[in-house]
Design a protein around this ligand. Sequence first.
Ligand SMILES: [Zn+2]
Length: 136
Amino acid sequence: MSLSESELPRTEDEWRVRLSPEEFRVLREAGTEPPWTGEYVDTKTPGVYHCRACGAELFRSEDKFDSHCGWPSFDDAIPGAVKEIPDNTLGMRRTEIRCARCDSHLGHVFEGEGFTPKDTRHCVNSISVRLEPKQG
Ligand SMILES: [Zn+2]
């Protein structure tokens, strides 16, 4: 289900035809889905979360935890899968996270909140990812 390098869309118009309007708004225009509305907020199913745009593996269910913030939260990402970009919009100093492969917006990463021993929260839009449940 992962797109090969040559299949990756090159322009926003190519992305637009591949994604639903809501997926496009979040993934390609750095939108945010309303809290508590995403399909994976409370999901505990074991598996791997893939980028909904390109299919790259991003997060593991083992790293998902209950942050009670309204979005799926992970205290770690698959190494190299996610890139971090300073985001100073909305008068806040935050760090945006994007898929390292296709540059699609995933959410933001926060540190120092004390939720887990890793002290990191990748706050991810459900619509940016797709869970592939573990087989067997
Ligand atoms: Zn991607």
